[in-house]
Design a protein around this ligand. Structure first.
Ligand code: ATP
Ligand code: MN
Length: 467
């Protein structure tokens, strides 16, 4: 076969130099035709669009043509031609065809229209479908949007550890990390497990959040963000929770909670606009196939200012709804941790736009949040989104050493884990704020998918760690 430098299909489809000799490589989606000619649709992942290859049957041996089946991988040399078919401007008149890899009739993606549930069982192949190609291209674009946004604003990308010896948000939901032989554990005299011979010489876990280390960075570099994997062993089999997910956590010195809300709103709008500007073909496909309101919902979020509302007011609205006959599965009262159905009621039924709920009861929020004068609430903020509920959780942090220490003691958080964190308040303490955005929750919003398992390539959930 003649050596011609490969053109990716996304570029080839934009070319106008009709008659040029080009090479493409990719996977066969469909083959149809008649006695004289075959039309082969090829996709190489660079775009949702296929390249149509036209093969004159008289020019190729039967063996080669027979091996061009759905799922096989081919290299095509040919001449760029104007396409009279609908949907594309150009096609390729094949001059040479090479089969790089065959795919027989057992290839699971023979016909279209598999359910998303079935595709989860073949997660190793699902990126070859239009749907998951679109989702993972959008996922990449959102990662680029995040780095672009923060870099342009002068934030530094800071890497916090994935293995941690501190349990910052409460026990019971962390994955333990150990090299000990679980069949032969050493015990102390009191009968507890002895970690002195373990790899780190003490109990360690996978991180649930990079925030505490992020605060160390913000109180030195000024404005930072983390963007990495996070692990939570919460046994909640919901469409919004993963055991391994990616989180974006900006943290900014001298920002109060209002600055924090401004940043969160500007950030999400930037990401949503980035998707609309850079993923038009993929969004249109998802909009047409899965969710006719996807694009208009995204545009809607850009248009309005987010509602900013204290938790206490939010609960009042929800109690009013209950009084007027609205049925929730979970009870709602001042002090309750709101469920997704409550959050979505506020956003979708009441305000019809995103809501930032602030000043939550301190009992349902983490120890590091700045305490309000009322002694009951803290300067927390959750950003609530249509279809999703909570997409961001954040707060202004408690900057006062004594108040923070008191809260740590009230909650019995072991000091041996916390001394380094308290040092930020001991030496040159400053007001600061930050938040965490669940990357996959953002992806749910910008893809219109309903299940978080469908926006990450290889989901980890209770009893499921395949691939
Ligand atoms: P939720 O109430 O939805 O369980 P959370 O209050 O535990 O979330 P935070 O600790 O505030 O969440 O984490 C910050 C963000 O990380 C959340 O707003 C959410 O977008 C995301 N997030 C939290 N837990 C998960 C999870 N298990 N899977 C995917 N994303 C998550
Ligand atoms: Mn939260």
């Amino acid at each position: 076969m003649k050596q011609i430098k490969r053109t990716i299909i996304n570029d080839a489809l934009k070319r106008t130099d009709i008659g040029a000799e080009i090479n493409i490589k990719g996977w066969v989606r469909t083959k149809r035709g008649n006695k004289n000619v075959s039309f082969i649709a090829i996709n190489d992942g660079s775009t949702i669009k296929n390249m149509q290859v036209v093969a004159d049957l008289s020019k190729f041996d039967e063996e080669t043509l027979k091996a061009i089946t759905t799922g096989s991988c081919v290299s095509v040399n040919g001449l760029l031609a104007q396409s009279i078919g609908q949907g594309q401007n150009v096609e390729i008149q094949a001059t040479e065809l090479e089969i790089l890899g065959t795919a027989d009739a057992t290839y699971p993606l023979q016909k279209k229209g598999h359910t998303l549930e079935y595709l989860r069982e073949i997660a190793h192949l699902r990126p070859r479908t239009n749907t998951f190609g679109a989702i993972f291209r959008i996922r990449h674009n959102m990662a680029i949007a995040i780095h672009t946004f923060f870099h342009q604003k002068g934030f530094y990308y800071f890497h916090t550890p994935l293995i941690t010896a501190s349990d910052c948000e409460g026990a019971g939901q962390m994955f333990q990390v150990t090299t000990m032989d679980l069949n032969k554990l050493d015990h102390t005299e009191e009968g507890k497990i002895d970690y002195t011979n373990d790899f780190f010489g003490k109990p360690t876990s996978l991180t649930v959040s990079g925030q505490l280390e992020g605060e160390l960075a913000a109180t030195s570099l000024g404005a930072i963000y983390t963007f990495g994997p996070t692990f939570r062993a919460e046994n909640s089999n919901t469409p919004r929770h993963l055991a391994e997910f990616w989180m974006v956590e900006p943290e900014v010195a001298f920002n109060d909670i209002n600055d924090n809300m401004d940043l969160a709103e500007e950030f999400i709008k930037f990401c949503v606009k980035w998707a609309l500007d850079n993923c038009a073909d993929d969004l249109q496909f998802l909009n047409d196939m899965f969710d006719k309101e996807l694009i208009s919902r995204m545009e809607g979020v850009l248009k309005d200012s987010f509602v900013r509302l204290p938790y206490t007011e939010g609960v009042r609205i929800l109690e009013e709804a209950v009084k007027n006959g609205h049925k929730f599965e979970y009870p709602v009262y001042w002090g309750a941790d709101l469920a997704s159905e409550h959050e979505r009621y506020l956003v979708e039924n009441h305000f019809k736009k995103p809501v930032i709920l602030t000043d939550y009861p301190k009992e349902i929020k983490a120890f590091y949040m700045k305490q309000n004068e009322d002694g009951k609430t803290v300067r927390a903020m959750d950003v609530l989104f249509p279809k999703i509920g909570e997409i961001i959780g954040g707060s202004e942090r408690e900057a006062d050493y004594d108040k923070l220490l008191q809260r740590i003691q009230e909650l019995n958080i072991p000091m041996k884990d916390m001394w380094w964190y308290l040092d930020t308040r001991k030496y040159g303490s400053c007001p600061h704020s930050g938040f965490g955005l669940g990357f996959e929750r953002l992806l749910l919003f910008v893809t219109g998918m309903q299940n978080i398992r469908d926006v990450i390539p290889f989901p980890r959930t209770p009893k499921n760690a395949n691939f």
